[in-house]
Each structure stands twice: as C-alpha cells, then as structure tokens.
Design a protein around this ligand. Sequence first.
Ligand SMILES: *Cc1c(COP(=O)(O)O)cnc(C)c1O
Length: 373
Amino acid sequence: MIPLPTPSVAALAAYDPGHDLATLRGTAGPRGLVELGSNENAFGPCEAALAILRDSSAADLLRYPDPHCHFLKAALANHHGVVATEVVVGNGSHELLMLLAQAYAGTGDEVLYSQFGFAVYAVAANSVGATGVTAPALPAEHDTAPRGHDLEALAAALSSRTRLVYLANPNNPTGTAFAVHTFAKFMAAVPAHVLVVVDEAYIEYADYPAAASVTACREDFANLVVTRTFSKIHALAGLRIGYAIAHPGVVATLDRLRETFNINAPAQSAAMAALADAAHVDACRIRNRHQRQALAAALRGLGLHVPDSHGNFVLVDFGGGARQAAQVEQSLLDQGVVVRPMRGYGLAQCLRITVGTETEQSRLLEALRVALA
Ligand SMILES: *Cc1c(COP(=O)(O)O)cnc(C)c1O
C-alpha cells in the first residue's frame, strides 16, 4: 500500500512522446535512424547558438542561472514590440501550457480545445481536475483547413464553466491554420474572464498571409495569451525553452508558479543568439517550404492523400483504414525510419511525417515504397 495521488492525477494519461528513441538509436542499422516523428527542425540551430554551447565555461555552469531570464526577456520583448513584464519564459512551451491550467482551471471548470488539437491540452486540463471539452473540427473535406479548428464550433462550445481555451495555430497534427480576422471574431464572443491561449509553436513556418500571428489582437483582448517556442524553427528542442506573451497580470501569476530556475544558463544565452539570427530563421523557413512541397508531391505521387500543411510536417491519410497505417508505420520502423502514429488523435488511418533533409526524405520514400509494395 502506497499513498494515493489525487483522483484526477490517478486517472491521468501522460502525454505520449511517440517512440522510445534512445533505444531505437542504439539498435538502428549501419545507415542510422531517420527521425521524422517529433517535428524538430532537421536543418539545425544557427552557428552562434552552437558556439555558445561549445564555449560554455565552468563559471557558466557552476552558478545558478538568472531566475528572471533578464536579458532573454528583454530581447524577446524587443523582438515582439512588447514590454518585458508581458513575457514569461518556460522550460519549453509545454511547461507554460501546463502552468496555465494549474493557475486558471480546477475541479468543476471546463477547458476547451478542438478535436485534433495538440495532445498536451487534454493532459493539462485533466492534470488539474478540470473537464476537457472538445469542439468538433472542420470536416476532412474542408477546402482550406481540412480537420482544422472550427472557431464557430469552439465559440458555441463556450459555457458558463469555461475558464481556459487552447488553440494551436498552425495546428499540430493537421497542419491547418486560421486567419487573424476569423480569430478576432471568435475572441469577440469569448467572455473577458476566460483565458484564450494561442499556441504558435509553428507560426514561423506558416505561409503568410493565410496564417499570421495573432499577437496584434492582444491590444483588443487582455485575456489573450500567445505561446512560442525555440524547439521548432530555432532547432533548440533539446535545450527546452519556450515563452508566452500575455498581460502582465497573467505573467506575474505564472512567474509565481513556475520553478525558480526553470531555464538553464546555456539555454538562455543560446536562445538569445537564435533570436538574433533572423537570416537563419528565414533560411529554415524557405528550406522547409521547399522540402515540404517535395515531400507532399512525392507522397501524392504514391497515391496518398496529403492535405496542405503550414508546419514542418505533413499529415498523411491512408484512407483505407487504421490497419494499413499501422502496417506501414511498423514497416518503416523496421527499416529505420521513425514517423508518428496518430491513434491518440483519433486519426488511426493517418501518420504524421516531419519535414527532413533531402537525404532523410529519400530514405523515407525508399522505405515507404517497400512498405506499400
Ligand atoms: C512541438 C510543439 C510545442 C512545443 O513544445 P516545447 O515544449 O516548446 O518544445 C508546442 N505546441 C505544439 C502544438 C507543438 O507541436
């Protein structure tokens, strides 16, 4: 007999990170593992960020990091045209998404998100004992955003118990995006006491102007929180840094709740270097678009259904059914190629494939031809 956690924690299903990559790397064949399952940026971080990590000294490591992320926050505030008290930095945006639920929802409250929304939102809601409410997504045949967020359905799902809303733009795993003007209409329907979190982990990849950041809407809506990350286009997923732009009152709340030294010192410095290298971000965006188009075209050439994506990944629909997708996934894995199964999203007939380098995508396509044969 051991002490029991709270009922909501006892019932909690943790976020599923996909495969056990550490083990897979160790057992991969001579050609190595092709990792296209976690939406990292295959093109890598900028040289300046790498140099900072390479040149870390004993002094950088023996001291506690700056608990206020003073310089990084100032750089982020400057980058976004806000003040530093509107910025909070997290150990990945994942930490901030969890803290937002902890601070703003509890037992008896509802947390609203879309069908096919990012899996962390349900974990965040359930972890604090709140009720997760799912609004239906747009139909799979929708011309511009198949399975994307339906902002009208989300507005209709608001109730007197809703405290928090999570939206991803662009969305993982559907690759869909909504327009700022549609979002502003949604915000007008949301009561001021409800916090709306827009997760812009992939916004730098989005094809403008179809998809643009909603940060400008913060002028009209104090209850809007925008989260960003260094894990995707900045290619620093291993360092764990994300941030939110929010009303100073929301920032102060999260600052009281977060672990004091949540961002390690090399990560703070490397993030500043990455933020300063706009040319690298632009190069990654362009390269990603090129590779994404090539990947989608090749997959469509194999007769697969691949909706357009605004991210660094594509959702591949095997139409037929869950069995084919599972068989293909296993065959790819056997050939040393990792993609992400979508069962957890209720999309068992789909696989999500991250955009890779030319070499990685060739290996994927070669393995896929074998899998489909
Ligand atoms: C990858 C991803 C994130 C980023 O998480 P970090 O904790 O910042 O690495 C956030 N939201 C979505 C939808 C993602 O896919």
